[in-house]
Design a binder for this molecule. Structure first.
Ligand SMILES: Cc1cc2nc3c(=O)[nH]c(=O)nc-3n(C[C@H](O)[C@H](O)[C@H](O)COP(=O)(O)O)c2cc1C
Length: 207
């Protein structure tokens, strides 16, 4: 189990294979509590989380999302056999993890603007706030020996997610997070060097 914050940050990995060990209610609560403490624009806390544990519900969700994905893959010209393989893998991935969490954004308590540019900025602030909460969740999970993976799939099929889980209209599905005890620890993927991502006092020529 990780200890210092920097160790937790550096050793967290996206975990995609889980053992069947169950996650206790207390452990799940402690992980979700980490989301409560994320920073958010205006402290509006515009995140909402839907926890799916029931196998049939996870399977329904995965299958309904897959139907939408199939249409996209078909539109992209992906051959039928390859589509079938991708879809089966994705259904297995989501329904096979002990817990699935759908992270949503609600704009209910965010500022309302008449003008589109400010409305868009406010929406981005909401999305950024949800992302901060998700990162807290991933780190808290890792800190207690669990693994998790952040999947963007709901962004491509929000209606399928909303309809399957009967999510209210004001909640926008942003991400699907799988959670469980890791059965396989992946190697850390390479990171860009600090010198290539940090610019000190950048005075480059505008292009
Ligand atoms: C916004 C976002 C969307 C992601 N979507 C997916 C996804 O759809 N499928 C997937 O396998 N991983 C997804 N990931 C996980 C990344 O692939 C992973 O974080 C990255 O490869 C670095 O690996 P690490 O998390 O183990 O450090 C996503 C991560 C983020 C932040």
């Amino acid at each position: 189990m990780a200890s210092s914050i920097s160790e937790v940050i550096k050793t967290r990995r996206s975990i995609k294979k889980y053992s069947e060990e169950e996650i206790s209610k207390e452990m799940l609560s402690s992980i979700l509590e980490a989301c409560q403490w994320a920073p958010s624009a205006h402290n509006a806390q515009p995140w909402r989380f839907i926890v799916v544990r029931d196998h049939l519900h996870k399977q329904n969700l995965a299958k309904n999302m897959a139907v939408r994905w199939e249409e996209d893959l078909s539109g992209d010209g992906i051959p039928k056999a390859e589509r079938k393989r991708l879809i089966e893998d994705s259904v297995m991935q989501f329904s096979g993890s002990p817990i699935v969490i759908i992270a949503c954004l609600t704009m209910k308590d965010m500022d309302q603007y008449p003008n589109e540019q400010r409305r868009n900025a406010e929406h981005i602030m909401g999305v950024q706030s949800v992302a901060a909460a998700i990162e807290n969740l991933l780190l808290a999970a890792h800190d207690v020996g669990l693994g998790a993976c952040w999947f963007c799939a709901p962004l491509f099929c929000p209606d399928a997610v909303r309809e399957t889980l009967r999510i209210p209209k004001h909640m926008e599905p942003q991400a699907l997070i799988t959670l469980g005890y890791p059965s396989k620890q992946p190697n850390p993927p390479a990171r860009r060097a600090l010198t290539t991502i940090v610019y000190e006092e950048y005075w480059g020529t505008p292009t």
